[in-house]
Design a protein around this ligand. Structure first.
Ligand SMILES: CCCCCCCCCCCCCC(=O)SCCNC(=O)CCNC(=O)[C@H](O)C(C)(C)COP(=O)(O)OP(=O)(O)OC[C@H]1O[C@@H](n2cnc3c(N)ncnc32)[C@H](O)[C@@H]1OP(=O)(O)O
Length: 460
């Protein structure tokens, strides 16, 4: 996963959006086909705010173009069963698995070899000690913005929740330790998930939280971590995976962007997350982002365990419209959506008349460590999860989500421009961030890149 702060996020409210879409369109023919695919992938824009989004999609296409123009080789990824850049636009290739499963007896049974200094281990998240070790590794070495002003600081509760859903495999939580000191210096985590891709339901691994200690970077440990987790996934007779990254690898199935709604504009300026124009005043800026004191929707309340069946029905119905979406059952909805303190918040709308649950919205919380501010050490971000409206207008539902996020003292509300999210950005004063998030499938080819609005998968 790669959330909002993967690149320096300084959004100038008056910056003409055109500035972020500068792309050299004459690099090479494969770039051209890639660019046209990405442009086609977001050709549904017609209103002016959607036009802006389309421009930012053009900007995203430039990332992939960069990787062509640098003729960047991917020594590891070129050997893996993933779509290669050259395959793009070749619609003669079939959609579906790239390699067929091999008999389980042929899957390597022993961990990959490393230099004598390191050993690959399974991390038991039930152990307080091991969970703390993973937490410490990620807190000190996981994703930062480009200026190293912020770094994600996933809590232990969050990590347990994200890595231990129903049916999880402990063996998919792979650590790398220094043999002598036993220090944990790298981690990669996987969880099983049923994902529907068009009509096919694929049982796959979602891979996340890949992290290598800063002192051990550029030593090709990443391919080892990936090969080891792949081996362990295959041992469970699972042959596909999904993952996201800000890094461009062969080959994104879509590229999208985080948008941000400031909840605590003054703090966001203090810590360098946003900036105020010279001509503007702090008072005007703060007033601009002011939210109502109370939610507007009658019957808006926290989700409770007895809502699970209704929320599952609403969610499953909603997810049908997307090309790629999870195939959640009630157990998974209970795990992923029931409110969990400082991790996940879900609010339902229960009709005051019929008591039927008609809508819900949800967001998870990830704090960031803040560096370089004298006043603040933590920034708390809400990340939009699934939002389903059948009776309450989506904009109103999301406005209520902002109100409760603000009441919880969260500083910024982030949302990817996937699913129907872009329909509420403009009205609710979301601004586009600079970070790009690429979605990938392992051992599964799609005939076409997808539009972000066709995707309903959420990385953490
Ligand atoms: C069937 C089951 C399959 C299951 C597996 C499915 C695949 C899962 C894939 C993993 C999904 C993870 C999803 C998330 O968690 S995305 C979050 C990634 N984590 C961070 O950004 C945290 C901070 N950064 C780090 O810890 C390091 O910089 C990392 C570990 C990212 C790279 O460390 P380092 O900089 O020291 O590199 P190296 O010398 O070891 O290795 C260089 C090779 O690694 C390739 N690389 C670099 N970054 C990534 C990346 N984010 N995904 C995949 N590959 C990546 C790179 O292109 C090169 O290969 P190639 O270009 O030469 O070919």
């Amino acid at each position: 996963m790669v959330p909002a702060l993967t690149s320096s996020f300084i959004y100038d409210f008056e910056l003409p959006l055109q500035n972020i879409g500068i792309v050299d369109r004459h690099c090479c023919s494969s770039c051209e086909s890639e660019l046209s695919l990405l442009r086609m992938a977001d050709n549904e824009s017609n209103t002016s705010s959607e036009k802006e989004i389309e421009m930012s999609i053009d900007a995203l296409a430039s990332t992939v173009q960069e990787s062509f123009s640098l003729s960047k080789r991917h020594k590891f990824w070129e050997t893996q069963p993933v779509s290669q850049f050259n395959d793009l636009g070749d619609t003669s290739l079939p959609e579906g698995p790239i390699q067929q499963p091999t008999p389980l007896t042929e899957v390597k049974h022993e961990p990959y070899n490393l230099s004598a200094a390191y050993e690959l281990v399974t991390c038991d998240l039930d152990s307080e000690e091991v969970c703390s070790e993973i937490y410490t590794l990620l807190t000190n070495h996981y994703i930062e913005d480009i200026d190293s002003l912020f770094r994600f600081d996933y809590s232990k509760e969050f990590l347990r929740w994200a890595l231990c859903p129903p049916g999880y495999f402990r063996s998919w939580h792979v650590g790398l330790r220094v043999k002598t000191s036993k220090k944990l210096v790298a981690f990669i985590g996987g969880i099983p998930a049923k994902i529907r891709i068009r009509d096919a339901v694929v049982l796959l691994a979602e891979i996340n939280f890949l992290c290598v200690h800063k002192k051990l970077r550029s030593r090709r440990l990443t391919p080892v971590m990936i090969k080891e987790v792949s081996r362990r996934v295959r041992m469970e007779n699972i042959w596909q995976a999904a993952y996201t990254s800000s890094v461009v690898l062969p080959t994104p199935i879509t590229t999208c962007q985080y948008w941000h709604r400031f909840l605590n504009p003054k703090k966001l300026i203090d810590v360098g997350f946003s900036r105020i124009d010279a001509w503007d005043t702090m008072t005007r800026y703060i007033n601009f982002y002011k939210l109502p004191e109370q939610t507007a929707t009658p019957g808006f309340r926290k989700m409770e365990p007895h809502d699970v069946p209704a929320v599952t029905r609403l969610l499953r119905n909603y997810l049908k419209q997307f090309v790629m979406a999870p195939d959640f059952d009630e157990n998974e909805v209970e795990h992923w959506l029931l409110p969990k303190e400082d991790v996940m918040d879900t609010y339902v709308v229960e009709s005051p008349e019929s008591h039927e649950v008609t809508d819900f919205c949800s967001f998870y919380t990830v704090p960031c460590s803040v560096f370089g501010s004298q006043n603040h050490s933590i920034l708390k971000g809400a990340f939009s999860y699934y939002n389903v409206s059948t009776k309450t207008p989506l904009v109103q539902l999301m406005s209520d989500a902002l109100v409760v996020a603000k009441k919880k003292d969260l500083d910024v509300f982030n949302a990817l421009h996937i699913m129907l999210n872009k329909t509420f950005f403009s009205e609710l004063k979301f601004a586009p961030g600079e970070g790009k998030l690429n979605y990938y499938l392992y051992n599964y080819r799609l005939k076409h890149v997808l539009r972000p609005s066709e995707i309903a998968l959420l990385p953490f």
